[in-house]
Design a protein around this ligand. Sequence first.
Ligand code: CDV
Length: 312
Amino acid sequence: MPRILTIAAAQLGPIARDESRASAVARMCALMRQASDRGAHLVVFPELALTTFFPRWYMEDPAAIDAYFERQMPNADVLPLFELARGLGLGFCLGYGELTPDGHHFNAAVLVDAAGAIVGKYRKVHLPGHRENEPWRPFQHLEKRYFEPGNLGFPVFEALGGRIGMCICNDRRWPETFRVMGLQGVELVVLGYNTPVHYPPAPEHDHLQDFHNHLVMQAGAYQNGTWVVGVAKAGREEGCDLIGGTCIIAPTGEIVAQCATLGDELIVHDCDLDRCREIQDNIFNFALHREPESYRLITETKGAQRGPGTTS
Ligand code: CDV
């Protein structure tokens, strides 16, 4: 019997700066009802799904910054989503800004099972952007200012009948993200993203944003023999264009479902988790074929070593 997990990727269109959490949650509830009607077991929502993508603005007032964060999960604003999911018997993954009781800020995501229990948490490790206001940019990307790097690693959770890991947006560009989960036998990686079309430090790459988005997720899927579900917050948000391209990727690296719009949109696919073995037992049988002694630089250094003979 194949192990089928029917997964819904729930893309969101833009969330305005003054849009309430109640409104964002209502939009997510509508997508969740559609997902249930289409037989889904798991719904994946984007990065920072409860608010606009606030790192595009420079702020100094701690209260103004903290207003974009959740001090508890679930809280009163998000409870309708948890209750609906429990009522429908659906799991979900939700990205949000986490403010811990001792004052730490993370770009986080939780994995919630069909009984409404949080069974996994992830905190974004790779924070793109910068720390200080850079007025030359048409918009800021201040994740390094507002968040600390995640301190939970890349855990893989036994949940919903599979081995599930999470990452968030910029993490998907790093092969280490997927490999660390691959080495835990991951069968499904779920992730949300907010990716502007315009990349101010290298605008010559703007036309490649959609290509790079799929390139890295398809590579991560194939090279680790895992399903990958990448979910965008898309469209023109407060004057900033965000790519769409929400998709479900098989362990072979093939995109099997993809959104066609830049708005709220659902795609659904029956994901056979046993298909991971086609890759994990063969071309990327890690135990048989990996040579970790030759990869030591990956954990021993941060920046590139450009001297001769540094690979041993
Ligand atoms: N939210 C993100 O992490 N966005 C980055 C952009 C800034 C490059 C991304 O990797 O898509």
